[in-house]
Design a protein around this ligand. Structure first.
Ligand code: NDP
Ligand code: GDR
Length: 402
């Protein structure tokens, strides 16, 4: 077991929570930086939180923000980390078109502030630094598949900000001899993925539609292709990058690409729903062609055994009390295109070549595309079942995402 100390920015995010779990399991003491918010925002890490008054605590959270250099310097000085993982970011590509300056401040200058804090504190030779770089750097792709050598062509304020951080990390490595690495991670998802990223939006909405809680799922570009892996597998690669003899940059990907449309079809199929597509462009709709009721019953009955959030609280079969019959969906257009979700500049296709990571880090993804979709659907069915109970109990159910 290690007795190292790690500091994670973005601890309340998807990756921050998986990485914290992983490092704690290795014996690390983990410090996380969380932003102040007006409501509790720690759902993803509540299960690993321990009252700091207890003895032997190895997980701590500190208020801070990547836009505030003073607190970054103070937290690094206080916690004296061996490893810093910079996962904090305004991470939504579409939102970055709405908030470009803030995105640059947190995603570009935030990284610079951390790197400078390390220098100011004279910790260049003690701290190892991980930068959450992204396949979005490739943007308008110059070659397929993308490797560590593929030229970048960012297509959003988010990607442009991340490009700055990529090069700042390389520069601090070369200028000051810091152990600093870029993980160029392709899309990675999970049961904990934010609800407005396309995969989670799809699994959550389809689960709700199958339970009669929502009518329609509105999506943007169905033809975009992404290399989707599981976040739990990907955080392991971050750690491996910091355990090598010398710091280098690595592509982390599955080596498979699928369209948003394929993701929708597979997620629906997981629920026993077969879709057919009609129309084209903004008029395209996904209509329920047929339902495999046996498959739906099977997944709704078995979801608990496979779900990471399994609790003894709900042991009854989910649909027992539901008045909604999934057969009602046959012939209904449940997927519609809404141009609101089109991006001013799109990244059409991403496909990573993780050969270097396989060879040098001994890393490879463990979760297949179909396993990822299945895990996410099961988890969302479980979550949404709570709303079915509320609805059947007479409470009004609102959906803010439709
Ligand atoms: P999330 O959006 O789930 O998490 C982002 C985290 O950053 C949250 O904890 C968020 O806090 C925090 N954060 C946002 N702004 C600030 C700020 N100004 N100061 C401090 N913290 C802030 O992202 P992921 O976990 O999916 O991604 C982790 C990192 O990896 C990000 O940098 C992302 O850009 C990058 N990345 C992600 C990929 C993916 O497919 N998931 C692929 C490649 C790179 P809060 O909870 O308060 O919002
Ligand atoms: P991405 O993820 O932009 O790749 O960034 P997102 O899931 O938002 O989009 C993937 C693709 O799906 C298309 N799409 C939609 N996207 C969203 N969010 N909502 C929709 O309704 C919708 N319909 C179609 C998008 O146009 C896009 O082509 C993620 C983030 O985690 C980044 O932080 C990270 O750097 C990259 O992955 C790698």
């Amino acid at each position: 077991m290690s007795n190292k100390v790690a500091l994670i920015t973005g601890i309340t995010g998807q990756d921050g929570s998986y990485l914290a779990e992983f490092l704690l399991s290795k014996g690390y003491t983990v410090h996380g930086i969380k932003r102040r918010s007006s409501l509790f925002n720690t759902d993803r890490v509540d299960h690993i939180y321990v009252d700091p008054h207890n003895e032997g605590v190895r997980f701590f959270m500190h208020y801070g923000d990547l836009t505030d250099a003073t607190n970054l310097i103070r937290i690094i000085q206080q916690t004296q980390p061996d490893e810093i993982y910079n996962l904090g970011a305004q991470s939504h590509v579409q939102v970055s078109f709405e908030t470009p300056e803030y995105t640059a401040n947190s995603d570009a200058l935030g990284t610079l502030r951390l790197l400078e804090a390390i220098r100011i504190l004279g910790m260049e030779n003690k701290v190892k630094f991980y930068q959450a770089s992204t396949s979005e750097l490739y943007g308008k792709v110059q070659e397929i598949p993308q490797t560590e050598k593929t030229p970048f062509y960012p297509r959003s304020p988010y990607a442009a900000a991340k490009l700055y951080s990529y090069w700042a990390t390389v520069n601090y490595r070369e200028a000051y001899g810091m152990y600093a690495c870029n993980g160029i991670l392709f899309n990675h998802e999970s049961e904990r993925r934010g609800e407005t990223f396309v995969t989670r939006k799809i699994t959550r909405a389809l689960a709700r539609i199958s339970l009669g809680l929502q009518d329609t799922l509105y999506l943007g570009n169905l033809n975009a292709k992404r290399d989707w892996g599981h976040a739990k597998d990907f955080v392991e690669a971050m750690w491996l990058m910091l355990q090598q003899e010398s710091p280098e940059d690595y592509v982390i990907a599955t080596g498979e690409t699928h369209s948003v449309r394929e993701f929708v079809e597979l997620a629906a199929a997981e629920l026993g729903i077969k879709l057919r597509w009609e129309g084209s462009g903004v008029s395209e709709v996904g209509i329920v062609d047929s339902i495999d009721s046996e498959k739906y019953d099977q997944i709704t009955n078995n979801q608990y055994t496979n779900n990471e959030y399994t609790s003894n609280q709900y042991t009854n079969q989910p649909n027992k009390n539901s008045t909604f019959k999934i057969q009602n969906l046959i012939g209904v257009p449940i997927i519609k295109v809404d141009p609101r979700y089109f991006r001013p500049t799109e990244v059409d296709i991403l496909l990573g070549d993780p050969s270097k990571a396989k060879q040098k880090l001994g890393w490879q993804p463990k979760t297949s595309f179909s396993e990822l979709v299945s895990l996410m659907i099961k988890s969302d069915l479980y979550e949404q079942q709570k709303d079915v109970h509320l609805k059947n109990g007479g409470f009004e159910i609102k959906n803010f995402y439709e």
